[in-house]
Design a protein around this ligand. Structure first.
Ligand code: MN
Ligand code: MN
Length: 292
């Protein structure tokens, strides 16, 4: 584990959060928000660890603006972004209410409070389900549901979702958290507490670098392999680099089995969802929150 690089990534994430918060107002194009976040990360000498996720209301995760996205910020907006330095990741998220709704504010408070309560009990060797229990109990104390088929996760170098998952409910499993880097990310909803797959997101991950025939697909594949390695990326980034012909290349790479294309994740009953997330380092005798 490279603590220096993980800490630095966290410092950049904190600065980006402070920078972007006042800029997110109702009717700001999501495309503008994503680009401002990602450009700021680069300006501060980090790299985006994955495409900025901007989920409005029932869209829980895996929504990133396309290159020609016209969607305007509104409702209950979740902002989830990541920073990496040499593959060492800080993953963090927060939610904003853009319609002055008491219910939205309460949902946001519920996910934030459940994250704080979870962080308080974390220590080396803690059983992951105990974290999930605290998350669920806190969210339910507000009268909301915790989304149980999404979870926090371990992170390793160049690996956003590695090994251990941290449930958002008491899953009764006996998995202990060893020393390492983890993201805790509760979601609170007025709905039933599950997500379903939605439309294709334009977010991809490389799963196989096997050869492909088409020249544009080859060109895109080479770029992905060098720039993103095993971290997620999006069609918007590739259109910025290659123009819209990148979209053809991505389709061919998906058909050829080189890429996994993520679907959007939607709250099953169409209910609103809030999210909060921090990255922590567990070491012998200490827990550090890198993104707070
Ligand atoms: Mn995240
Ligand atoms: Mn995460």
């Amino acid at each position: 584990m490279n603590k220096e690089k993980i800490t630095k990534a966290g410092e950049i994430a904190k600065q980006v959060k402070e920078y972007i918060k006042p800029l997110i107002v109702k009717d700001t194009p999501l495309l503008e928000i994503a680009e401002k976040i990602e450009n700021k990360i680069i300006e501060l000498r980090g790299n985006p660890a994955f495409p900025t996720n901007l989920g409005i209301n029932e869209i829980v995760a895996h929504y990133t603006p396309s290159h020609d996205d016209k969607t305007l910020a509104h409702g209950l907006l979740k902002i989830d972004f990541g920073v990496h330095i040499d593959g060492w990741i800080a993953d963090t998220a927060f939610s904003i209410d853009l319609e002055n709704s008491e219910e939205n504010k309460k949902l946001i408070e519920a996910s934030e409070k459940s994250l704080e309560n979870a962080i308080k009990i974390v220590k080396e060797k803690i059983v992951a389900s105990e974290i999930g229990k605290v998350v669920q109990e806190t969210i339910e104390s507000y009268g909301f549901s915790s989304i149980i088929n999404l979870s926090g996760h371990e992170m390793k170098q160049h690996e956003l979702h590695a090994g251990i998952t941290i449930p958002n409910f008491d899953d009764k499993k006996n998995v202990q958290l060893d020393k390492g880097v983890y993201a805790i990310e509760p979601f609170a909803t007025t709905g039933g507490g599950r997500v379903r797959d939605g439309k294709p997101s334009g977010i991809y991950i490389l799963i196989d670098s096997k050869n492909v025939r088409s020249p544009i697909a080859r060109e895109v594949l080479q770029y992905i392999t060098e720039e993103y390695q095993t971290l997620p990326f999006c069609s918007r980034w590739l259109v910025n680099k290659f123009g819209t012909r990148a979209l053809l290349g991505l389709n061919q790479l998906q058909t050829n089995g080189n890429l996994h294309h993520f679907e959007q994740l939607i709250e099953s009953s169409g209910a609103k969802v809030s999210q909060a997330e921090h990255t922590i380092i567990i070491e012998k005798g200490s827990v550090t929150v890198t993104t707070r």
